[in-house]
Design a protein around this ligand. Structure first.
Ligand code: ZN
Length: 91
């Protein structure tokens, strides 16, 4: 036995790293990047396909300044949502 006990974990870590790299390579070739929303293959680095990007609605004012809940109407500046008043988050 030439391996000392301190060498064994390092060898196992290297083996795990190699297995992960090889497995990741197989996954990358077997499964092209899919759209996160509709699971259709997308080119490039993945994310969302063009049609899903166009459907994304970003949160825009007016919204509750504390919880970020969008308001259906603009209640004016500095107004908190009912949820923020009833159950204020700990800051
Ligand atoms: Zn999509």
């Amino acid at each position: 036995m030439s391996a000392t006990p301190s060498e064994t974990p390092r060898r196992l870590a290297g083996l795990a790293q190699f297995a992960r790299a090889a497995f990741g390579l197989v996954l990358d070739t077997a499964l092209p990047p899919l759209c996160a929303a509709c699971r259709q293959p997308v080119g490039g680095s993945g994310g969302l396909c063009a049609s899903c990007w166009s459907k994304v609605s970003f949160i825009a004012p007016p919204y509750c300044e504390r919880l970020g809940i969008p308001f259906a109407y603009d209640p004016g500046p500095g107004i908190l949502s009912m949820e923020a008043i009833a159950d204020p988050p700990r800051l």
